[in-house]
Design a protein around this ligand. Structure first.
Ligand code: HEM
Length: 413
């Protein structure tokens, strides 16, 4: 137990998987645990489901305004880098209303045909290959193509765009960025999202896209975001560019790595993969939700305490950082029966993979769920089996849990 802090903050510690044993110990013995940070002022780790729920529902005490990643940021940095995620109501409510329309369940349901067409295209592009990297050729492709379709961006820009998103979200993995935050001096970029100059490239790209849509409005999400809402309220260009960057960063690799986790489950359970064509939509939705719980791709988000408060006997002081470990809450044995068992039809399954029922619940949840379901359906239609074909490799990150290389062998139908 002595060493748990080092484990939770170290990016390297997640290279072999999520440290579930540590979370289990914490839930049992120190559910609200002070966690030392090598380069920071430390934080409270919250690991029980009910406590994560409590903090999520009390944003007046557990605020997002001072940052949602572990790292400390000065007020100047937070101000400059603020997106929807780093806001509390009423500022958050206003912005969320302005951007939410294209992401409602109703709006997203209309994308099903497009997602199916794109999924088939991704699989057809494999050209019948039997052995390949699932991450690179399947899981990375669909979210990228779908984002391009939503935002009305040309296909030839997408690879570049997603590599920029990877550099931001993967800012702790040297494979994705030259600006690894805990290994290089990134202080010159501290006012940019993810402390990375890559954000400037995305801002520039977004500005060009905004200018183009103003001249030639189309039917995409960018054009929709340029319109004022019913109350005549609209976004300025800074807010639009920040939101664009947030979509590229938040919507791609999260969906990608959850899709990879799904493929890993199917490799472990061939009978489950083989059964997919016989499952109805409701059963597929349950399966996708269990994959979301099982993998919990975004392992945590952070809040900051706005007033002295007590939680499970611990005194939390105003200004203390609190990390909500979604990856632990999803395995809380007091909330989920047999949490370490993968139960395809788990009911209920009120997991925390998209955050908990609060203002910040993932905006892209319906879209991500649909992409995952349709791609899994199409994979099972195309392949009769899927096996591991070589060593896998994990992302270096204490934030995103992901396998970045998954060589597989498939049998085409
Ligand atoms: C499996 C895929 C995904 C996972 C696991 C995921 C996870 C999350 C989580 C846990 C949050 C809550 C943040 C918090 O507690 O502060 C969140 C928020 C958000 N997500 Fe996702 N996400 C996924 C896909 C997407 C997609 C596809 C998009 C957009 C295209 C998206 C856009 C957003 C946005 C904009 C927010 C901020 C919402 C707010 O603060 O009001 N996400 N996501």
């Amino acid at each position: 137990m002595e060493n748990f802090a080092a484990t939770l903050t170290s990016h390297d510690a997640y290279l072999n998987g999520v440290p579930h044993e540590i979370f289990k110990e914490l839930r049992a013995h120190q559910p609200v645990a002070w966690t030392e940070e090598p380069d920071g002022r430390g934080f409270w780790s919250i690991t029980k489901y009910d406590d994560v729920l409590y903090a999520s529902r009390h944003a007046e005490i557990f605020s997002s305004r001072q940052g949602i990643r572990m790292e400390d940021m000065s007020e100047e940095e937070t101000e400059a880098r603020r997106t929807l995620m780093e806001m509390d109501s009423p500022e958050h409510t206003r912005l969320r209303r302005l951007v939410a329309r294209p992401f409602t369940p109703r709006a997203v349901a209309d994308y099903e045909d497009a997602i199916r067409e794109l999924s088939r295209e991704v699989l057809a592009n494999l050209g019948g290959a039997e052995e390949f990297d699932f991450v690179k050729l399947v899981a990375r492709e669909l979210p990228m193509k779908m984002l391009g379709r939503l935002l009305g961006l040309p296909d030839e820009d997408l690879d570049w765009l997603v590599s920029r998103g990877d550099a931001l979200i993967g800012n702790t993995d040297p494979e994705f960025t030259d600006y690894v935050v805990d290994q290089t001096d990134t202080s010159a970029y501290r006012l940019l999202p993810f402390r990375s100059p890559v954000a400037l490239e995305l801002f520039e790209y977004a500005q060009a896209a905004l200018d183009a849509r103003r001249l030639n409005p189309t039917h995409d999400v960018i054009t929709a975001l340029l319109q004022p809402n019913n109350e005549g309220d609209s976004l300025d260009d800074t807010a639009l560019k920040n939101f664009f960057t947030l979509m590229v960063a938040a919507g791609n690799d999260t969906t990608r790595y959850t899709m990879v986790a799904g493929a890993q489950v199917f490799i472990e359970r061939p009978e489950l993969f083989a059964s997919i064509p016989s499952l109805d939509v409701a059963q597929m939705k349950s399966l996708v939700d269990e994959i979301l719980r099982w993998s919990t791709t975004t392992m945590h988000f952070r809040r900051t305490v706005t007033e002295d408060t007590e939680l499970r006997g611990q005194q939390l002081k105003k200004g203390d950082k609190v990390v909500l470990w979604y990856a632990s809450a999803n395995y809380d044995e007091e909330h989920f029966e047999n949490p370490y068992e993968f139960v395809p039809d788990r009911t209920p399954n009120d997991h925390t993979a998209f955050g908990l029922h609060s203002a910040h619940l993932c905006l892209g949840a319906h879209l991500a769920r649909l992409e995952l379901r349709v791609m899994f359906e199409e994979m099972a239609r195309a392949w009769s089996s899927i096996e591991l074909a070589g060593p896998t490799e994990r992302l270096r990150s204490n934030f995103i849990s992901g396998t970045k290389r998954l060589p597989i062998l498939v049998t085409w139908r």
